[in-house]
Design a protein around this ligand. Structure first.
Ligand SMILES: [Zn+2]
Length: 72
């Protein structure tokens, strides 16, 4: 099987997803959930609007996860 080498190319990269719960949405009565993704360089991304609009500024969800993990 030649496919193996393909997987080895990505062997050292990894990401870890964390789910952060936000406030309840009064319209849908559902709790908001945001996905914070961490990669191997300790770079963080978040799925919330504040992060998307804030460009590279970390949102409160990323800050929350960072303090939870004791990073910076
Ligand atoms: Zn966020």
């Amino acid at each position: 099987m030649k496919d193996k080498a393909y997987y080895l190319d990505f062997g050292e990269k990894w990401t870890q997803d964390y789910i952060v719960y936000g406030s309840k949405n009064p319209k849908t009565n559902r709790q908001e959930r945001y996905k914070v993704t961490r990669n191997q360089d300790d770079k963080f991304k978040c799925s919330c609007l504040a992060y998307m609009c804030g460009r590279s500024n970390p949102c409160k969800h990323i800050t929350h996860i960072k303090s939870y993990l004791h990073i910076n």
